[in-house]
Design a protein around this ligand. Structure first.
Ligand SMILES: Cc1cc2nc3c(=O)[nH]c(=O)nc-3n(C[C@H](O)[C@H](O)[C@H](O)COP(=O)(O)OP(=O)(O)OC[C@H]3O[C@@H](n4cnc5c(N)ncnc54)[C@H](O)[C@@H]3O)c2cc1C
Length: 417
């Protein structure tokens, strides 16, 4: 089959766009097309709702910084980044507190927080820098069909204003649709899923005191919450991004509470470390589940990002894991392309799967056990985690392991260096 492009990426969200840039940089001869369903404005224009680059902020690990440096996007990204200089982990009503400090690891930061909308701007700028990337939007992929050599995609395009159906043939299709579009189901790919019975309420809050670049993770009997510092060095900017996990039955009440009630509730759950909260922005709710696709490769097809796995957000690992994976995929595909190997060959994709499996399983398990351990109000778990946190604070090697995990380095620093 004569193909139109080498790699077709379905979804230009944070993961699909990162893969396109990594691939284009690693192999300038590859023809890459990114197909994105939701219209995206030109840089500089106001952005409407876009499901990947929405009102959330994302905590990027130190390992992700090293990757963005490699991709040549770090200097732009850092224009709207807030460093996390310390992480403070505590358990509501318990005595354990853990503090991780960047200076103890001779780093300027343990991680960084960036608004997703800024991430979108940076990634689109990156996409435009490569002449071998064709970015098409709004184009929705309706169907993915495996063919003898490669894949055939059925598209519905609104690029020229009107609706138009067309097809695109590629050696390899990368499913980066966030698991949202039904394509995974259409392909008959099963997932294992555990609903947490929780939602994540996200919003921006302002506190009386400056956050001093501290990220807080706080575990409560109703679920974990995280507060990530926002803004630059300006001490007048007291904003933080809040991710508050709540049992499903509590979500509506907290979502619809008046601002004053909300701030009071938050103060009660979070404590008064930042001098109390004085302002809250618009609130949004995301249902939470751990979901993992049981098949992540097929001939001519690979799943990445949330299409492959979605994690509880409190440990801030979902995107960081996906970025490590797409870097590995890009390097492998670039090498294969230079050697003249077919990019959709199952043996090649199996090498990708094998290489990233350990990192994927370890990250999923670590964030899942963190959530389950800290969401359970029953004794002796309550005691165990209190002791766990104190132990973590006292025993340096344990703390280092936790910090390495939080920084997204795991055992991969050699690859990233
Ligand atoms: C509340 C919350 C907070 C989080 N915080 C963090 C954090 O701090 N750190 C971290 O590492 N991770 C975090 N995560 C996880 C992170 O947001 C995800 O890992 C990431 O968004 C996944 O990106 P993605 O590109 O795979 O999917 P998505 O962001 O869902 O993007 C998919 C894209 O595909 C497009 N699309 C869908 N269907 C089609 C189709 N048929 N055709 C064409 N295009 C299509 C969509 O329009 C979209 O642009 C958080 C998640 C949540 C819910």
């Amino acid at each position: 089959m004569e193909v139109d492009v080498d790699v077709a990426i379905i979804g230009g969200g944070m993961v699909g766009a990162s893969l396109a840039v990594a691939l284009a940089r690693a192999c300038p001869d590859l023809r890459i097309t990114v197909l994105e369903a939701v219209d995206m404005p030109d840089t500089g224009a106001e952005m409407g709702y876009q499901p990947s680059y929405d009102v959330r902020s994302t905590a990027l690990s130190y390992g992700t910084r090293l990757i963005y440096e490699q991709l040549g996007l770090w200097d732009l990204l850092r224009q709207h980044l807030t460093p996390i200089k310390r992480i403070h982990v505590s358990d509501r009503g318990q005595f354990g507190v853990t503090r991780l400090r960047a200076e103890d690891y001779r780093l300027d930061a343990l991680g960084y927080v960036t608004p997703n909308q800024w991430m979108g701007r940076v990634l689109w700028t990156g996409l435009r820098q490569y002449s071998n990337i064709q970015f098409r939007c709004p184009v929705q992929v309706l169907r993915v069909q495996h063919q003898e050599q490669g894949v055939l995609l059925e598209l519905a395009s609104n690029e020229a204003g009107g609706s138009e159906a067309s097809t695109l043939r590629a050696q390899l299709a990368v499913l980066a649709d966030g698991g949202r579009s039904g394509l995974r189901q259409q392909l008959g790919i099963q997932t294992e899923k555990r609903a947490y019975g929780q939602v994540a309420l996200i919003t921006t809050v302002s506190s009386r005191k400056h956050h001093d670049f501290v990220a807080y993770e706080r575990f409560t009997d109703q679920g974990p919450m995280a507060l990530l510092p926002l803004g630059g060095e300006d001490v007048e900017d007291h904003r933080s991004a809040l991710i508050w996990t709540l049992p499903e039955h509590r979500a509506d009440a907290v979502l619809n509470a008046s601002d004053a009630q909300f701030l009071e509730l938050l103060g009660e759950r979070f404590g008064h470390r930042l001098g109390g909260f004085v302002q809250v922005g618009s609130r949004h709710v995301y249902p939470l589940a751990l979901e993992r696709a049981l098949e992540q490769i097929r001939p001519g097809l690979v799943l990445v990002g949330n299409a492959a796995h979605s994690l509880h957000p409190v440990a801030g690992q979902g995107y960081n894991l996906a970025v490590r994976e797409v870097m590995g995929l890009a390097e492998l595909l670039a090498k294969a392309a230079r050697a003249g190997q077919g990019l959709g060959e199952l043996s090649l994709l199996a090498r990708y799967e094998e290489a990233q499996q350990e990192d994927q399983m370890r990250t999923i398990q670590a964030s899942d056990s963190l959530v389950r351990l800290f969401s359970n109000a029953k004794f002796p778990l309550v005691q165990a985690r209190g002791v766990g946190l104190v132990t973590l604070d006292l025993v340096a090697p344990l703390k280092q392991t936790f910090a390495r995990y939080a920084m997204g380095l795991g055992g991969r620093e050699a690859v990233l260096a």
